[in-house]
Structure formats: structure tokens, C-alpha cells
Design a protein around this ligand. Structure first.
Ligand code: LAG
Ligand code: CA
Length: 483
């Protein structure tokens, strides 16, 4: 068979969503069983494209069980607080059956750091990080780079060969390391996983990654992947992005910052014509975007569940803009960086199961169940590939735009009332603003029926113009409707 590996990694840039599905939800720290149920009960029926599962492999147990212990692998056995291999396989089956793809957050850069003496992982395997022995893989000292710390974050070689946060750094140029990583990834592909978020990509040499990715299997056709389809790859690369866009997609982190500034009124969006250049964003077909993720939630003061109004505006803008693959996090509430996901006294993670009022169990945020998210998903699916047109903005930073003649959205991030007659592109008639609709309970179970409009009615005249009214003190601060 000819080597089908292309120079631009295009075969790794397809998310393989089922038809009429869109977007990825990072189910941060959700156990497999509960993700499976959520795929069936909510994510599939609402048209979400896929879920990103937190790291799945046996990890070092850290006192207090901080969420980040999952980022310290000890072996490639699937057994952690999120569940075991049987549960993992079951989740893949059920999510796919519900029309939702599964992507796994994989750690190829490092292994667990040392603790007190010999470590015992969540699957019972032993490891001796001080002397670089991980017998359950197995890895031994020659599989790692010589120990050094990253001191200068602008120095590429150091970044890639020294330790990130003191974590023993795998040498991906070694045949044994490559074999183990390829085997582990192929094993997941054979189980029906649709792709990977590659953790800490900029801490690895892109040439090594390219070799590893080129050895990945095709996705199995039993799960309705087309023939010769390759896994979707999106890399966590904050540095030297352009070196990674030829391998797969890259998460465009500048997007988070830009959107938080726009929605908090710190930047006025003048137009969308040069959006990518203006804000230094990578090309559309290379990008995965989000408003926040588990790191930025804790590290930066960007938008998150903690800032409800602009956060919802940000997600809406993300889904309304035809840029990259949209991703969002479904997270848990926290006060301190280290906090464990909601757990019981036996340290088992608590079922987020939505209660009868539609809200999730205490401290599970369930952002993916926000009413406005659900409606924006429908908006995005109904405007399909239509281009942005008739962008409008003013000196207050109020703005709006159409998606072809199919949909219109407007935002008022400012502290000034907005009442403007705009060209909204859709045919004359009356439309339902999907955002002002009652929020009964925030994550309510009540779905908008096609016949009823819970929100404001917008009247579009013969010239395709309508009055768009968003008071400064509006509880949502944006308006959207579609034909
Ligand atoms: C990532 N991207 O490159 C993840 O998105 C990020 O969440 C991971 O760090 C990091 N790479 C390594 O996979 C997380 C936590 C860190 C945590 C690390 C390892 O954000 O805080 O470090 O996982 O568990 C923790 C301590 C450090 C300590 C380290 C080693 O916070 O102080 O040096 O463990 O013991
Ligand atoms: Ca490295």
C-alpha cells in the first residue's frame, strides 16, 4: 500500500462528527459511565459532535486526589477514578451509538513524578520515578532524556528535552518509546476512539510526533468511519504553533484571550474581514478553539462559569463564527487550584446526574447543558457553511452579523443600551430570539418546541431590516435567530 501520509497532515484534521453534529465538549474529570449516559440522554439528542475524555491511564495517587493526578501516568492500563477498561469500552459504544464521537486526552511527553518511595498507581502497578523505572509499561532509564529543568521557555531544545514541571521526560526518538506510544494509541483506535488531544505537544519534537502519527491505524469502519480515515489530532501547542500545524490541528489559545476582551468590552471588534490577522490566529482548517479549558480556568482571568454573562456570550460567538472546530469545557466548581472533582468520603467521584430541575449535582457546572449553548448549537447547525456577512459594529463595541441569509446574531458587551435598526439578511417575517427565551432553571429540561417561542419576537421588514434591542442591563446581552 502506498504511504498515504501527506505533508500537511490533512488526514488528521477531520473530527469525524456524525452528520448534523457539531462541537466537542471536554467532560473534565467525568467518569466513563456518566459520560456514556450523558451521550445518550443529552449530548447525542442535542447534536453535539464529540466528547473529550480526561486522561484515562493508570496514574500516580496524590494526597487529596487533585484533578491533576490524571496528568501523571504510571502505565497504560485503563484503570483510574474515571473507571476501568470495560467501562471505557462500554462508553465508546454507547456514545457512538448516540451519535457522539470520543476523543482522549493523551500524555505522550512524560510519566509520573516521584513521591515518597515506591509509587503504587491506581491499577496497583509499581513505579520508581527516581530511577526512571516504570515496569508496568515497561520504561527504563534509557527511554528518558537526561534530567534537566526547563529554565528558559524560549529555548526550543530545552523545552523539548528537559522536564516540564519536574515530570520525567520521555525521549520520543527512542524506538521503544515510539513503539509503546504507537501501540497504546492504536489500541485506543481499535476500541473506537475517534481521535486525540495531544497534551504538552510543544514540549515534544514535531519530527518525532510525525513519525508516531504516521504509524497510527485507520479508524475502524464498524463505527461508521469512512474507509482509510485517520484519527482526529488536535495538539496542545502554545509555542511554535506553525511547527505543529503540518501534523494535525492545534488548539488556538489566542482565541480565549481575544474573546474574553471582546465580551468584557476591552476590545472593540471593528470588523471580521481580517479577524485572523488582526488577532494573530492560525488558519481555519488548522484550528480548534475554546473559551476556556481546565488550565485557563485556573490560571488566567479569561471567561469561565465564574463570569456567567460574558461567558455565555463568548460561547455563543464561538459557535456563531465559522472558525475552527468549536470546543467547550464542562467543568466543576472550585475555589483552589488543586481541588479534587466532587467526590464522596471514599474518594469516589460523584455522579453529576442532572436532577429533576435539570441542574447537575452540586459543584458540577454542566456548562454543556446551558440553555443558550443548546440553542446556539441549533443555530450553528442551521446556518451550516454560510459565510459571515453584513458585519456591523459601533464605537460602544456593540456588534452583529449575519450568516448568509440564514441567521443573525448581535451582542451588546457595553454598558450602553442598544437599539439599532440593522440589516439582518433573513427573509421578511417574524423570528424567535432563541436567547431571550425563559431560562426557567438555568440548565432546564424544557426544550423549545418548534411551534412556541419562549423569547422575544423579532420582526424583519421588506428590506430585511429589524430593530435589534439589547438593554445594557439585559440578563443575556445577546440576541440570535435563524430562518
Ligand atoms: C498540560 N499541558 O501541556 C496540561 O494541560 C496541564 O494541565 C498539565 O499540568 C501539564 N500539561 C502536564 O501534563 C497539570 C497541572 C499541573 C500538575 C501537572 C502534573 O496543571 O499543576 O503539576 O498536571 O500533575 C503538579 C504540580 C507541580 C508539580 C508537578 C509534578 O502542580 O507543582 O511540579 O505536579 O509533581
Ligand atoms: Ca519533552
Amino acid at each position: 500500500m502506498p504511504n498515504s501520509f501527506s505533508k500537511n497532515g490533512e488526514e488528521f484534521k477531520e473530527p469525524h462528527f456524525y452528520p448534523n453534529h457539531i462541537g466537542i465538549v471536554q467532560m473534565f474529570q467525568w467518569p466513563f459511565d456518566f459520560i456514556a449516559r450523558e451521550c445518550e440522554e443529552y449530548l447525542g439528542p442535542q447534536g453535539f459532535g464529540g466528547v473529550q475524555v480526561s486522561p484515562i491511564f493508570e496514574n500516580r495517587i496524590i494526597d487529596g486526589r487533585p484533578w491533576y493526578e490524571l496528568y501523571q501516568p504510571i502505565s497504560y492500563k485503563i484503570k483510574t477514578r474515571l473507571g476501568n477498561e470495560t467501562q471505557f469500552r462500554n462508553m465508546i459504544k454507547r456514545c457512538n451509538k448516540a451519535g457522539v464521537r470520543v476523543y482522549v486526552d493523551v500524555i505522550l511527553n512524560h510519566m509520573a513524578r516521584s513521591g515518597k518511595g515506591i509509587l503504587k498507581g491506581t491499577a496497583g502497578s509499581l513505579a520508581m520515578p527516581q530511577i526512571l523505572y516504570y515496569p508496568a509499561v515497561p520504561y527504563s532509564p534509557s527511554d528518558f532524556h537526561a534530567p534537566c529543568n526547563i529554565l528558559n521557555w524560549n529555548e526550543k531544545t530545552q523545552m523539548r528535552k528537559c522536564r516540564l514541571l519536574d515530570l520525567p521526560d520521555l525521549n520520543q526518538a527512542k524506538p521503544n518509546v515510539r513503539n509503546k506510544l504507537v501501540q497504546m494509541l492504536n489500541n485506543l483506535i481499535n476500541m473506537g476512539v475517534a481521535g486525540f488531544r495531544v497534551d504538552a505537544s510543544s514540549f515534544m519534537n514535531p519530527d518525532d510526533l510525525q513519525v508516531i502519527f504516521s504509524r497510527l491505524n485507520n479508524l475502524p469502519i464498524e463505527y461508521d468511519f469512512r474507509e482509510n480515515a485517520k484519527p482526529f489530532i488536535y495538539q496542545e501547542a502554545h509555542h511554535w504553533k506553525s511547527e505543529y500545524t503540518s501534523l494535525g490541528r492545534v488548539i488556538e489559545f489566542n482565541f480565549e484571550e481575544v474573546i474574553s476582551k471582546i465580551m468584557r468590552g476591552g476590545i472593540i471588534l471593528r470588523n471580521l474581514d481580517n479577524f485572523l490577522d488582526d488577532f494573530n490566529l492560525i488558519q481555519n482548517h488548522n484550528a480548534v478553539v475554546d473559551i476556556d479549558n481546565h488550565d485557563s480556568q485556573r490560571t488566567f482571568n479569561y471567561l469561565s462559569y465564574k463570569d456567567p454573562i460574558p461567558f455565555r456570550m463568548g460561547i455563543a460567538f464561538e459557535f456563531a463564527l465559522p472558525y475552527g472546530i468549536p470546543k467547550m469545557i464542562s467543568s466543576f466548581a472550585f475555589d483552589s487550584y488543586d481541588e479534587s472533582p466532587p467526590s464522596d468520603i471514599n474518594q469516589n467521584i460523584i455522579d453529576p446526574a442532572p436532577r429533576t430541575d435539570g441542574n447537575c449535582q452540586v459543584n458540577w457546572n454542566c456548562e454543556h447543558r446551558y440553555y443558550s449553548v443548546r440553542e446556539m448549537l441549533r443555530f450553528a447547525r442551521s446556518v451550516e457553511m454560510e459565510p459571515v456577512k453584513k458585519f456591523f459594529s459601533n464605537d460602544y463595541g456593540q456588534f452583529g452579523f449575519c450568516r448568509g441569509n440564514k441567521g443573525f446574531i448581535a451582542f451588546n458587551p457595553s454598558s450602553k443600551d442598544m437599539e439599532i435598526e440593522m440589516n439582518v439578511c433573513v427573509p421578511p417575517g417574524t423570528y424567535c430570539d432563541i436567547i431571550s427565551g425563559s431560562y426557567e432553571a438555568e440548565n432546564c429540561n424544557k426544550f423549545r418546541q418548534d411551534a412556541e417561542c419562549l423569547g422575544n419576537i423579532i420582526t424583519v421588514n421588506e428590506n430585511r431590516k429589524a430593530i435589534i434591542k439589547i438593554p445594557a442591563n439585559d440578563s443575556k446581552k445577546f440576541v440570535a435567530f435563524y430562518a
